[in-house]
Design a protein around this ligand. Structure first.
Ligand code: NDP
Length: 297
């Protein structure tokens, strides 16, 4: 058990489902933990388990060399950290911001931290709150490597795997956004599939085992096609994009025959048809990445 005076003590700001899970895991790991939340009264069970409750955010950050912030977004973390008395109390201490937001917000916060003599790591959590404190938890972090190395022994109390993605402070948020892009488009696809299946008299429970089978096809494809995308080869040997557009059109027709909005799949089909029209019909679906990146800057 660490004490509140030693270097491994930690402060957790934000006690939503994730903040509470983080604080609980620190306590279980024997780390002296101080907690604070904008709305009081969210720390009862944590205090019963040994946490210290701070009356203000400034008092909380002064209680430990390391502060972990996990609130809804960077508007919220700015509202807490950029109060003068909190910023002053953080000088020469370390902040690890595990709040999810964009790479630009991470860079802006790092600039603010540097201007005020605050050590800063940015991070994201890629697994749900119940995973925290278990081997399943996944944390990604970016920022100065020496700071990461010094902070890791305390962060390890959260369980799971911790990966340093590089010194560019925006990298953890960049991974987070890309991974959430996969998650939400997959969930949007699942919601749409369930609506189409229901319209055809198929229940979600009936479809689920087969949906899991479709889901299981994806992980090896992610690995296999990653090289294609980096190298620009986009092999269409297994499934050329001309075949993919036909399958997409069937989904659009079936959904619309039931009056179900198919605009997401229409966009996907339209992009794939543009790739075919540009002469890449024998390539694989991921050739669309080139179309999407063409106007990127
Ligand atoms: P929320 O995203 O709902 O965040 C709730 C927390 O944000 C509360 O502590 C709340 O305080 C605080 N908050 C909101 N607005 C403000 C504000 N203006 N000023 C100060 N504090 C504010 O819940 P989670 O705890 O689940 O998520 C926290 C972060 O973790 C998010 O970025 C989320 O994306 C990420 N995350 C969550 C996962 C999960 O399973 N829950 C999984 C992976 C990542 P108050 O109680 O006063 O409203």
């Amino acid at each position: 058990m660490s004490t509140y005076d030693d270097q491994s003590a930690v402060t957790v700001l934000g006690l939503g489902p994730m903040g509470r899970a983080l604080a609980g895991a620190f306590l279980d790991a024997g780390v002296a933990t101080t907690v604070w939340n904008r709305t009081p009264g969210r720390d009862g069970d944590l205090v019963a388990r040994g946490a210290r409750s701070a009356a203000t955010a400034a008092e909380a950050v002064a209680a430990a060399p390391l502060t972990v912030v996990c609130v809804v977004n960077y508007d919220a973390s700015d509202a807490i950290l950029r109060q003068d008395e909190v910023t002053d109390a953080l000088k020469a201490r370390t902040v690890v911001n595990l709040t999810a937001d964009t790479p630009d917000r991470a860079r802006d916060t790092a600039d603010w931290a540097a201007a005020h003599g605050i050590r800063y790591l940015d991070g994201a959590i890629m697994t749900p709150a119940p995973s925290i404190g278990t081997p399943e938890a996944v944390f990604i972090l970016s920022g100065p490597k020496d700071l990461y190395d010094r902070t890791l022994p305390v962060l390890s109390g959260l369980g799971g795997t911790h990966t340093h993605l590089g010194e560019d402070i925006g990298r953890a948020a960049a991974y987070d956004i890309a991974l959430l892009d996969i998650f939400w488009t997959a969930m949007a696809g699942y919601a749409h599939a369930l609506a189409v299946a229901r319209a055809e008299g198929v229940t979600a429970r009936e479809l689920a085992p087969f949906a899991q089978g479709i889901g299981a096809i994806l992980p090896p494809l992610f690995a296999e096609f990653a090289g294609d995308t980096d190298d620009g080869t986009y092999s269409g040997e297994i499934n050329p994009i001309t075949s993919a557009v036909s399958s997409m059109a069937h989904i659009v027709h079936t959904a619309e025959s039931h009056g179900i909005d198919a605009s997401l799949m229409r966009v996907v089909e339209g992009q794939a048809r543009r790739v075919v029209a540009e002469g890449h019909g024998t390539d694989g679906y991921l050739r669309v990445t080139e179309l999407l990146t063409r106007h990127a800057h």
